[in-house]
Design a protein around this ligand. Structure first.
Ligand SMILES: [Zn+2]
Length: 269
């Protein structure tokens, strides 16, 4: 499933190619995605893409009088291909820009292609999203204030997108290891100091994933390959029984909210 770093890498890959360009046509071969692709999307020809932004895992193509909202769901990928490139079986939507096509491939069809004429922050899918982890809005003080009100354990707290958006399962485990915090620690018992360490750890983890994905950017724009998982050398994730890089204790695996959590029982308290 594409996570926030993957979506950010895609944004960085497509933004310079699309910003300032005019949509020539939109072809919807299969409208039955997570939600039906609305008619308004087919009528976008002539609009100029002013900016490509991201909110959580949603890509927002600012067209001046509205925004095209794209989400990759479980299995979606976006690629830039040359106009005239034959579509594959799961290539459901093309947005044509002269010699280039922005092509959505989505075998499981949990992705979304929607249009909103209002401000995107007010859209039903977006207005409940929590703060952006890579923005200045997230710092120790803000994290502490959010955590204080929450009775969850810290790992499920981090993964609740209504508080902080886009910290997926891998990144939650990795961030807690970096911050030295046990995944079962209660969110509302974390000190301000530990929250400051954790907010830094979240940013470091996500930035490292974006950097790792950025190096594969050339391969994904204009090719068949979608960016995969960027966590190439996990600190704890999926390393059950292997040695902690820091203290050599065996990494443990537990299940929280039906998701696997990995941690070092010695480094994380
Ligand atoms: Zn350790």
């Amino acid at each position: 499933m594409p996570e926030l770093p993957e979506v950010e890498v895609i944004r960085r890959g497509i933004a310079p190619q699309l910003e300032g360009r005019t949509i020539a046509a939109v072809e919807v071969r299969e409208p039955r995605l997570r939600w039906r692709v609305p008619q308004a999307v087919r009528a976008l020809a002539g609009r100029v893409v002013r900016a490509v932004r991201r909110r959580g895992k949603y890509l927002l193509l600012d067209c001046g009088d509205g925004h095209l909202i794209l989400h990759l769901g479980m299995s979606g990928s976006l690629r830039l291909v040359a106009a005239g490139t034959a579509p594959g079986k799961h290539d459901h939507v093309d947005i044509a820009f002269g010699d280039l096509l922005l092509r959505l491939r989505d075998p499981r069809r949990f992705g979304a292609v929607l249009w909103t004429a209002g401000p995107p922050e007010a859209h039903a899918l977006i207005r409940h999203l929590g703060i952006e982890p890579l923005s200045r809005a997230l710092d120790g003080g803000r994290l502490h204030a959010l955590a204080r009100e929450c009775r969850l354990k810290i790992k499920p707290f981090l993964m609740d997108g209504r508080r902080i958006v886009g910290i997926g399962n891998i990144y939650a485990s990795e961030s807690l290891f970096l911050a030295g915090i046990h995944p079962r620690y209660r969110a509302n018992r974390l000190s301000l100091e530990r929250c400051a360490r954790l907010s830094e750890a979240i940013k470091r983890t996500l930035r490292a994933a974006i950097r790792a994905g950025g190096s594969s950017l050339r391969n994904f724009v204009g090719s068949d390959g979608a960016p995969g998982c960027f966590q190439r050398r996990a600190l704890v994730y999926d390393r059950e029984g292997e040695q902690c890089w820091r203290c050599r204790t065996a990494i443990k695996r537990i299940v929280q909210g039906q998701r696997a959590t990995y941690f070092c029982p010695l480094c994380q308290r």
